[in-house]
Design a protein around this ligand. Sequence first.
Ligand code: 8YV
Length: 306
Amino acid sequence: MMGPIPAAQVEALEEKYRIHRLWKSKDPEKTIKEVRDNITGVISTAWFGVSAKLIKALPNLEIISHFGVGYDNVDVQAAKKRGIIVTNTPDVLTDDTADVGMALVLAVFRRTVEGDIYVRTGQWGKKGALPLGRSLRGRTMGIVGLGRIGAAIAKRAEAFGIEVFYYGPRRKKGVPYTYTASLEGLAKASDILMVACRYCEDTHHLINAKVLKALGKKGVLINIARGKIVDEKALIDALENGVISGAGLDVFENEPDVPSALCRLDNVVLQPHVGSGTIETRAAMAQLVVDNLRLYFEKAQVLTPV
Ligand code: 8YV
């Protein structure tokens, strides 16, 4: 295990398998050298990935069971070259992650975090009513990446009376939302630009200064996907200079380090990467991690290969 995942599901695995908890080791390199020949499976997480170097160091590795839907920190190419199977945990976290996307939209438009601080710090009594928020009804949302999570956000947005557009590598069949072939075009058409795509070479800094300019001074950027999809420097610049109106961010380029410039801005709402962070979903993710490992070692099959 590279990093921690909910304990109950892992305990069940321990009845049959010996688990080495690498993040707890004082000297991980030494631990790897000691156990390298015995390791046939690895569990990785969003903050504890699997590099090509680690894959090389484990000669008997057969499967990497990743805790999370995004597996950008697992070197899948290096794994595949060795015939090592990689699995992830899609579907079980879709609804919760979409909920956080909408929570950020609401927080930015209706100033809910600001309002909470306003009440707690006694400003309500001193200054009177909180400055007015903005209505969601009749807004437009542009979703970057209409995959499982993007589609779940679209459904929620529709219920709020928001018109949905989307951008991606191709138009999707049977989807009731308007496809926009250019990202800048999508940003221009959107009050809310929702980042819900996967992170890979192609999506690195996809949201750059140009896209933010197209989003415009009334526009709001929401990111529940991966920090590196957004050029964070360009975003800070756009927020500081009124190029866009605000942002809601659950993910950052260098987690858990968040630039102090972002923390100083009052037109942003920040969350510590909690999209899938509920008791129920994290348990379901851990169960899927364990089920993939079990099925692989017992029947040479897996449930959710990448
Ligand atoms: C993390 C995530 O896996 O699924 C993803 O891609 O980013 C999250 O669900 C979670 O924070 C646990 O590491």
